[in-house]
Design a binder for this molecule. Structure first.
Ligand SMILES: [Fe+2]
Ligand SMILES: [Fe+2]
Length: 158
């Protein structure tokens, strides 16, 4: 699969989970909220892992003009990784829980928007179809190797 298509599919998956959180968080039981937010953390951590270990370095090397974008993206991952690590340990009945998840969602949506609108089109043009397919295959294969702990992401300690 084309690497950019794969990343966009991941974005759609997390956005669907975000909408579910927004629709249900006021009425859901703490256990249901825990399960949903843990799923969000797992999806986002896996996505960030394949981007940081495969896609970002390849894009940075292939499209040096977008290096600033890559550096900014890693800092955005950094913020989200730390937010995820807080929310992972926080009791869903805590009064700050929904607020933290909401800020997490806002950060990720901004990040996704920038990747898809400003950056992916340039990367697609520079790397071309066969290179993107190769990256897509490598990222798909790397997914099971993603850490469970968001703080194990490279961006968390960058
Ligand atoms: Fe990203
Ligand atoms: Fe992404």
């Amino acid at each position: 699969m084309d690497g950019i298509v794969l990343l966009k599919e991941d974005h759609k998956t997390v956005k669907r989970l975000f909408r579910e959180f927004e629709k249900t968080h006021k009425t859901a039981t703490p256990a249901a909220k825990r399960a949903l937010v843990d799923k969000i953390i797992k999806e986002l951590t896996t996505h960030a892992y394949i981007e940081e270990s495969i896609f970002y370095p390849a894009a940075r090397a292939g499209v040096p003009e977008t290096e600033d974008h890559v550096l900014e993206s890693v800092e955005e991952h950094h913020v989200v990784a730390w937010l995820m690590s807080e929310v992972a340990k926080l009791d869903p009945s805590d009064e700050t829980f929904d607020a933290k998840v909401t800020v997490l969602i806002e950060n990720v949506e901004h990040h996704i928007e920038e990747e898809e609108q400003e950056w992916f089109p340039e990367v697609r043009k520079a790397l071309g179809r066969s290179r993107l397919t190769e990256l897509g295959e490598r990222m798909q294969a790397a997914k099971p190797k993603a850490p469970a702990d968001p703080l194990a992401l490279m961006s968390a300690s960058s």
